[in-house]
Design a protein around this ligand. Structure first.
Ligand code: DX5
Ligand code: ZN
Length: 218
């Protein structure tokens, strides 16, 4: 899967050394950096917000792929854009006006993504395909790293691939991605893989490089 984009999730990084960890996965071969923003309301966990992203922006030139697990998201889009997010992804389940949210992200000059929880059908994005740069398919219930991959979601990836057709929309997979599960979703049509615990296990830069390579060659 050499053409697959690998986006390590810093949720599994050592938060006491976040800047160094981002530099380490950059050197270890990460293509994008996946930043999981959680508000303790939309998901049962709290991580960090725009100020932290702003603080670490200078540690890597790689794409900052910002996954907003927050509700509401619209009031904060400008802050995340200003903090240095290159892709801003909102949850379809966290907004009553998905078309407006996606348009607002693009109006800020950023790439617009929508994330779908495991139980959410792909049909919810049928009328916003022209507003999308990325679909983030959750293969775990959002809120935590290290959870088990929900294999029933693989069918959704295949159906999304058909729905998207030739449009320039990335299909990103998030949750429980390992060298064992990566081939399943790549075969179904995913081209971007998020991995947190599978990348950060081992706790040092060489381990990160080995883990990224293992997913990439799976
Ligand atoms: C979960 C996050 C994921 C998570 C992935 O809510 O959105 O990005 O960090 O972690 P792993 O790869 O360990 O499942
Ligand atoms: Zn995520």
């Amino acid at each position: 899967m050499t053409s697959t984009i690998i986006a390590p999730s810093i949720l599994s990084a050592d938060f006491s050394r976040l800047g160094e960890e981002i530099e380490a996965i950059d050197r270890a071969g990460a293509d994008w950096i996946h930043l999981d923003v959680m508000d303790g309301h939309f998901v049962p966990n709290i991580t960090f917000g725009a100020p932290v992203i702003k603080a670490v922006r200078g540690r890597s030139k790689k794409i900052f792929d910002c996954h907003l697990m927050i509700e509401p998201a619209d009031p904060y889009l400008a802050a995340f854009a200003d903090a240095g997010c290159d892709i801003i992804t909102v949850h379809a389940e966290a907004t009553k006006h998905l078309d407006r949210s996606l348009q607002a992200i693009r109006d800020l000059g950023k790439k617009a993504g929508v994330s779908l929880n495991p139980a959410t059908p792909e049909s919810v994005i049928e009328y916003v395909l022209d507003r999308l740069d990325l679909v983030l398919v959750m293969t775990v219930n959002p809120g935590f790293g290290g959870q088990a991959f929900i294999s029933s979601v693989v069918d959704k990836v295949a159906r999304l691939k058909t729905m998207i057709g030739a449009r320039p929309i990335d299909i990103e997979i998030d949750g429980g991605v390992t060298p064992q599960t990566a081939p399943l979703v790549a075969a179904a049509g995913a081209n971007v893989l998020v991995a947190g615990s599978a990348v950060f296990k081992g706790g040092n830069e060489q381990a990160y490089a080995d883990n990224i390579a293992a997913i990439r060659r799976a």
